[in-house]
Design a protein around this ligand. Structure first.
Ligand code: ADP
Ligand code: MG
Length: 229
């Protein structure tokens, strides 16, 4: 589904991703964990073509997307829920969803609203008036109406109340049942362990560890070393 091979990414002179390799297989939920500032969001930006890799290769469904422009990567079927949500606050819920709605697929406008009933009942409300949790649902909905084969979610639980985090977890479960592959970047270890099939840990711009959620749960040394827990 997604194959990342030896990716190196810079912001100007700052050398951030120093040879990242990672794979998301069809239907998998892959968690990417790591402390603040290790390069997780930069990897999402490199996948999306927003901060393209300087070297290495990113292949999505047999298509080399390493140096493709962002809008074509989205059109190829990679949905992106950026860190901090970044919905269009001065547009309504409906307008936010219309921006990315794309063609035929399982995630029609109506189906997304069924998944997030809170949004459906307030379709004409401005996104800026929504709570943090509702904005996160809208950001996820906006990615879904593009009918992605792969969903990149960058810290979707950040700043959300526990009840909303549970709701988001249920959303991830229904997406998984619908066959969507997910790359889930997280700081909340327990959330990631609950929903992931496999876990990758990043440190200083490289993947330093990969294991199953059960293995990580039992591995205090790795958790202490790379996650500070
Ligand atoms: N736009 C930018 N310009 C320069 N440096 C950046 C930029 N965005 C992030 N960085 C730096 O890149 C490193 C990795 O950041 P980031 O990918 O956001 O980490 P994470 O998502 O793991 O917290 C950090 O040292 C951060 O300060
Ligand atoms: Mg980040």
């Amino acid at each position: 589904m997604l194959n990342i091979q030896d990716v190196h990414t810079y912001y100007g002179e700052s050398y951030i991703l120093q040879g990242v390799s990672l794979e998301v297989k069809p239907g998998q939920v892959v968690a990417l964990l790591g402390r603040n500032g290790v390069g997780k969001s930069t990897l999402a930006r490199s996948i999306m073509g927003l901060t393209p890799a300087r070297s290495g290769r990113i292949v999505f469904k047999d298509q080399d997307i390493t140096r493709m422009p962002a809008h074509l990567i989205a059109r190829a079927g990679v949905g992106y829920v950026p860190q901090g949500r970044q919905v269009f606050k001065s547009l309504t819920i409906r307008e936010n969803l219309q921006v990315t709605a794309r063609g035929e697929g399982q995630w029609s406008f109506d189906k997304v609203l069924q998944l997030f009933p809170n949004l459906g009942s307030r379709i004409r409300s401005l996104a800026g008036k929504l709570s943090g949790g509702e904005q996160q649902m809208l950001a996820a909905g906006r990615a879904l109406v593009g009918n992605p084969g792969l969903l990149l979610m960058d810290e979707p639980t950040e700043g959300l109340a526990p009840l909303i985090v549970r709701e988001l977890g249920r959303t991830i479960e229904s997406l998984k049942q619908a066959g969507t592959s997910i790359l889930l970047i997280e700081q909340q270890l327990n959330f990631a362990l609950r929903y992931a099939d496999i876990v990758f840990i990043m440190n200083k711009g490289a993947i330093v560890h990969s294991c199953t959620p059960a293995e990580l749960a039992a591995d205090s040394a790795t958790k202490a070393k790379y996650l500070g827990v």
